[in-house]
Design a protein around this ligand. Structure first.
Ligand code: TYD
Ligand code: MG
Length: 454
C-alpha cells in the first residue's frame, strides 16, 4: 500500500511542496517549512467521488432558489465597502494589524446588522463573553440583540451555528480557532486554512454570512490570512496608523462589489464613528500653503478623495541619501526621482527625500505621480504651490504626462472643497468644470512654468 503522502507547508506564505527545504521557494523565508498531513486524504486509490457534481443551467437558477437581497445596516461606510450591504451566505475576511480596531468595528457591525433584522452571533476566541459585554457597554450597544459565544473549538462553534442558524456569524479571530482533526497548533497555516475552509463551506451550505477576523503583522509573521484570501468572497483590510485616529476599511477583493472601495472611520472614546466626508478630514490638518505640500485629487473605489502629499528635501553628507516614504510606494518614488533627473535635469543626489501622505492615508494610484513630483519640486525649489490648487496625472518614463480616469469627478470634488485651480495632463476630459485649468503635456513644462526651474 502506498504510504500516506504528507505535504510540506511554509508557515509564512502557505506554499505547499512535496519535499522539505530550509528556505521557502515562494516567499524566500528561512526555516518556515513544516511537515503537515494533507487536509483530507480520501480512501486510497479513489479518484472519483460517489456523488458526481450535478450541473444546472444558469437560466434555471431563478426563483425560489434566488438568494434574498443584500442587507444594509446603519453603518453606511461598511455597507459601501461591502458593495451595498451584506450578501446572504457570503464569506468575508477582515484583516488588519493587532489593536487597530477590528473587534470594535465588528461588534458595532454585529449590533447594526442585528438592528437591521439579522440574527447575529458573535463568536470570540480572544475575549471572554464578559469582556465582549464590557466593550459593548463602552460602545453603548449593551441592549443590541446579539448573541455572544466565547469559544475556540471549531467543532463547538459549528455545532452552535448549526443549532442557532444565524444569518450572520462573526468569528473573532480565525487565528484562535482550533480544529481538533488537524494536528498543528492554533494559528498555524494548517489550522487557519482548515477553520476558514469549514466556515466558508458552512456559509455557503446554510446561507449564513460569515465574517472572519484575521490578524496580520507588518512583517507577515503570523501565518494565515493570505491563504484564506483565496477561499472567501470578500477580503477587507482595516488599516491606519496607530498614532492617528483615522481608520480605513478597504476592500481588496470583492465578488459582490467593486474592489478598492474604502470606508473611512474615526476611532473615538466611544468606538468607531463614520467619516462621511473624508476629503475634508484629510485636509483638515492643513495649515498655510508651504513648500513641499501639494493636494492630490484621488479616486478611492467609487468616490473622489482629496489628500495632501508632503515632501521634505534636505542636503546630506551621506553617500547614499535617504528615501523615506509613508503612505505611498517607495519604488514609484524612485521612478519619479529618476524621471525628474533624466528628463528635466533636476538632480536629487546628495539630498535626503522624505515623502508623506497626511492623515495616515495610503495612496496607490499612479494618478498621484504628478502630485508627488510637484511636492518634490516644491520642496527642492522652496516654492509653494499656489493655494487652492489640486494636482493629478500619471508620469511616463519619457517624462510625458498621461491623462487619468475620472478627471471630471476629481475636479468636481476639488471644487466642492473650495479649490479653484488644477494642474493636470493635457487631453483629459476636463472641459466645463468651472475650475481654472493648467494643462501640461510633459513634466519638463511643469518644472519650467509652475516652478520656474529646470
Ligand atoms: P480592538 O478592536 O480591540 O483591536 P483589534 O481587535 O484589531 O485587535 O481595538 C483596540 C484599540 O482600540 C485599543 O487600543 C483601544 C481602542 N479603542 C478606542 O479608542 N475606543 C473604543 O471605544 C474602543 C472599544 C477601543
Ligand atoms: Mg480583537
Amino acid at each position: 500500500m502506498a504510504r500516506a503522502s504528507t505535504n510540506f507547508v511554509c508557515q509564512s506564505c502557505g506554499n505547499t511542496t512535496s519535499k522539505w527545504s530550509g528556505r521557502c521557494e515562494a516567499c524566500g523565508e528561512w526555516n518556515t517549512i513544516v511537515e503537515e498531513a494533507p487536509l483530507s486524504s480520501g480512501p486510497s486509490g479513489k479518484t472519483l467521488g460517489n456523488a458526481r457534481g450535478r450541473a444546472a443551467k444558469l437560466t434555471d437558477l431563478s426563483h425560489p432558489e434566488a438568494p434574498p437581497p443584500r442587507t444594509a445596516c446603519a453603518i453606511g461606510e461598511l455597507d459601501r465597502v461591502l458593495g451595498g450591504g451584506l450578501v446572504p451566505g457570503s464569506a468575508i475576511l477582515v484583516g488588519g494589524d493587532p489593536g487597530i480596531g477590528k473587534s470594535t468595528l465588528l461588534l458595532q457591525a454585529a449590533a447594526a446588522f442585528a438592528q437591521a433584522g439579522l440574527k447575529v452571533i458573535y463568536a470570540s476566541g480572544e475575549e471572554a463573553s464578559a469582556q465582549v459585554r464590557m466593550r459593548a457597554q463602552r460602545l453603548g450597544l449593551e441592549q443590541a440583540p446579539v448573541k455572544l459565544a466565547a469559544e475556540t473549538n471549531l467543532r463547538d462553534i459549528l455545532t452552535t451555528l448549526e443549532e442557532e442558524r444565524p444569518t450572520l456569524a462573526i468569528i473573532d479571530s480565525i487565528q484562535t480557532m482550533w480544529a481538533d482533526n488537524v494536528g498543528s497548533a492554533p494559528g498555524s497555516v494548517a489550522q487557519v486554512r482548515a477553520a476558514a475552509h469549514e466556515l466558508t463551506t458552512f456559509a455557503k451550505s446554510r446561507n449564513t454570512s460569515v465574517i472572519m477576523v484575521g490578524h496580520v503583522t507588518k512583517d507577515g509573521q503570523i501565518a494565515g490570512p493570505r491563504v484564506v484570501e483565496h477561499m472567501v468572497d470578500t477580503v477587507l483590510y482595516f488599516e491606519g496608523e496607530r498614532g492617528h485616529q483615522f481608520r480605513i476599511l478597504r476592500s481588496v477583493k470583492n465578488r459582490f462589489g467593486p474592489a478598492d472601495e474604502i470606508g473611512v472611520f474615526e476611532m473615538t472614546g466611544a468606538g468607531l464613528s463614520e467619516v462621511a466626508n473624508p476629503s475634508a478630514l484629510f485636509l483638515s490638518e492643513r495649515g498655510k500653503p508651504a513648500p513641499g505640500s501639494v493636494v492630490f485629487s484621488g479616486i478611492e473605489g467609487t468616490r473622489p478623495v482629496l489628500v495632501e502629499f508632503q515632501a521634505l528635501v534636505a542636503p546630506t553628507p551621506q553617500a547614499n541619501p535617504r528615501r523615506t516614504v509613508v503612505g505611498w510606494d517607495g519604488s514609484r518614488l524612485a521612478m519619479i526621482l529618476a524621471v525628474l533627473e533624466a528628463r528635466c535635469g533636476i538632480p536629487f543626489a546628495g539630498l535626503d527625500v522624505y515623502l508623506n501622505v497626511a492623515g495616515g492615508m495610503k495612496v496607490s494610484e499612479p494618478a498621484a505621480d504628478l502630485a508627488v513630483a510637484a511636492a518634490l519640486l516644491s520642496a527642492r525649489e522652496d516654492v509653494a504651490v499656489p493655494p487652492e490648487t489640486v494636482v493629478f496625472g500619471e508620469i511616463s518614463l519619457s517624462g510625458a504626462l498621461r491623462p487619468v480616469g475620472q478627471t471630471e469627478n476629481r475636479l468636481k470634488e476639488a471644487q466642492k472643497l473650495g479649490f479653484s485651480t488644477a494642474i493636470l495632463p493635457r487631453g483629459g476630459k476636463a472641459k466645463g468644470s468651472g475650475m481654472e485649468l493648467t494643462e501640461m503635456a510633459d513634466l519638463a513644462s511643469v518644472v519650467g512654468e509652475v516652478f520656474g526651474a529646470g
